[in-house]
Each structure stands twice: as structure tokens, then as C-alpha cells.
Design a protein. Structure first.
Length: 325
């Protein structure tokens, strides 16, 4: 059962917890509620009090009875946010066509981007992290565009997440089918590189974007033609942006073997959900922390060197198909 944060009760408790640590602050009756997060803006705190809160985050989790406490300081504004696993995640609200929704920040701001901004995206997360939901959320944003404005290549060699998308008019294959065979995937990567090279030869113009989405990338490159596919993936990551072609690679196992440094260096945008280990966290987003996330869509978005904590809204394949129709 999922609950909604009761900020009236939590405000009273927060006041007492802060006072016990010598921090003079009076939280209002209503915090900012965004899904499983409740947040309060703390004004007038001295630097020493902020440092005290940072050091006491685990103590605050116990005292407040929550699973996560996050303190953010941005442009002089201090925000204390708390979350529990059993609080309801945020609903899915579709952004404007052409805008990709990755989730909502802990204070409610939408975390969005465009294909041109990315230009490629890595999505990592262990089982139960919300990785599949994140992919559906991104695909829902893409499907809001007319099929005449964008093509998808969907690759799912594990036959799990993308099967409902067979027949989706945006899919750039014969019969609008999801690719589930390793050899077929290798052929399409070859074709994609060929399209990229042809667009380069023809010179700059307004091409229809092609978005290649792979789930699960580790499985794809561990099968037949895996080394060849990894080489073609690197070629696309290095050069495809100028040809209006984009990669979205998802994996449960973000190891160095799956994501070598030269490939990662060309995929600057990362959406990282809860990982199995701190090592996986570092491979995915170049920092520890993802191993401590709450799961079920709690994640970090790394873009232009900035790491933003967010909650991925719930989305299903049925939501994507409904939007596309």
C-alpha cells in the first residue's frame, strides 16, 4: 500500500528533531509534496547549521522515520527533503511534444531534455530499480511526436519490455517490429552506421531523427556478433549526433566490459536508478550513491556535469501505445 506524505505531522516532528540539534527553525504546516518526497525550504540557516545537517543525515533518517534525507543548497536556498519507500511515486504528466521527461526533482521541478541536448543517453539500474519504467517514460515522450517526424529502432533480445511495441508506427523496421534477434540487431547497426555515413556525405540538412533504444545492452553484446555490435555502437556514439541519430542504451549490469571508457565518454547523459553495488554506480554515473537509492524510480540524472536526484513517474507500454495512437 502506498501512502501520501502527511506534511503537518512531519513538520512538527522536523521542528523537534532540528531543535534537538541546536538548529533554530520552524517548519510550516505544509511542505512541498512531490510523489514520495516532502520538502521544506530552510531560510536563515547559518553555515554551521548546514554542515551539522549534512553530517547528521543518517541520524535524521532514524529520528524522522524515513528512508532518505537529502539536503540541497542552490543559489543560497537550502532545501531539506525526505522520502519513504511506501510513499506514492509521482504520476506521469506528458511534457510538450519533442521534450523528453526523465522525472521530477525532489522539490517538484520537471527534469527534461531534448534529443539534441543529450545527444545519447545511458540508463542503468538493477532489477526493481525502475529502469524499465524509465524507458517507458522516455518512449512515451518520443511517441507523442508524429511518426512522420521521428523513427525508432527498438532492440530487446531478452523478449521482455518491448514486445508490446510491435506494430508501433514509429518503428523503423519492416512491419514495424521490435528487433529480438542478435544477428538482426547486428544488421541494423550496420545499416544505422551506413545511414549516418550517407547523411555525412550529403551535408548538413534537416534530417528526420532516428533513435536507437536498446534493452538490455549487456545481453546484446554478450551474444553472437557482440564485439561487432559494440564497435558499431561506438561509431554511432562518436559521430551520429551530427546526423540526427541518437542512442539510448539500458542495462542492469553497468560493468567496464559492457560500458568501456571510450563508449562512456561519448554518452554524456546518464539516468541512473538504484544499482546493485557502488562499483556499478561509479561505472554508470562516475560517482558513488546510486547503490543507496530507494528503488522504484528513485534515481540520479547526470547532464552537463550536473547530478540531479529525481523520481521517475510510473509509465507502462500501454501508456506509450495510447499516446502514439
Amino acid at each position: 500500500m502506498f501512502l501520501t506524505p502527511d506534511t503537518t505531522i512531519t513538520s512538527d516532528l522536523l521542528n523537534g528533531v532540528l531543535a534537538a540539534r541546536g538548529i533554530e527553525f520552524h517548519a510550516g504546516d505544509t511542505g512541498i509534496v512531490q510523489g514520495r518526497w516532502a520538502s521544506w525550504v530552510l531560510t536563515g540557516l547559518p553555515t554551521a547549521a548546514i554542515s551539522t545537517l549534512r553530517r547528521a543525515s543518517e541520524d535524521l533518517e532514524i529520528a524522522l522515520g524515513v528512508d532518505a534525507v537529502v539536503l540541497t543548497v542552490e543559489r543560497g536556498r537550502v532545501t531539506l527533503s525526505i522520502a519513504r519507500r511506501d510513499w506514492q511515486a509521482a504520476p506521469l504528466v506528458l511534457p510538450a511534444p519533442g521534450t523528453l521527461l526523465f522525472g521530477h526533482g525532489i522539490t517538484g521541478d520537471a527534469v527534461t531534455g531534448t534529443l539534441e541536448d543529450l545527444p545519447h543517453l545511458l540508463v542503468c539500474g538493477a532489477s526493481g530499480s525502475g529502469k524499465s519504467v524509465a524507458l517507458h517514460c522516455i518512449l512515451r515522450s518520443l511517441a507523442a511526436l508524429p511518426a512522420s517526424d521521428m523513427n525508432l529502432i527498438l532492440i530487446d533480445t531478452k523478449f521482455l519490455e518491448f514486445a508490446p511495441y510491435n506494430g508501433l508506427k514509429h518503428i523503423y523496421t519492416h512491419g514495424h517490429e521490435v528487433i529480438t534477434d542478435h544477428m538482426a540487431a547486428a544488421r541494423f547497426f550496420t545499416e544505422a552506421v551506413g545511414v549516418m555515413e550517407r547523411r555525412y556525405r550529403e551535408g548538413p540538412k534537416k534530417y528526420k531523427p532516428i533513435v536507437i533504444v536498446v534493452d538490455e545492452f549487456a545481453d546484446l553484446i554478450s551474444g553472437p556478433m557482440g564485439t561487432y555490435i559494440q564497435e558499431k555502437t561506438l561509431q554511432l556514439a562518436q559521430k551520429a549526433r551530427a546526423a540526427h541519430m541518437h542512442l539510448i542504451l539500458a542495462t542492469q549490469r553497468p560493468s567496464v566490459k559492457v560500458l568501456p571508457g571510450d563508449l562512456k565518454a561519448n554518452i554524456p547523459s546518464r539516468l541512473t536508478l538504484k544499482t546493485a553495488t557502488a562499483v556499478d554506480s561509479r561505472v554508470s554515473m562516475d560517482a558513488n550513491g546510486a547503490e543507496k537509492l530507494l528503488g522504484k524510480g528513485d534515481g540520479f540524472y547526470l547532464h552537463n556535469g550536473k547530478l540531479t536526484r529525481l523520481q521517475v513517474p510510473f509509465a507502462t507500454a500501454a501508456d506509450v501505445i495510447k499516446v502514439a495512437q
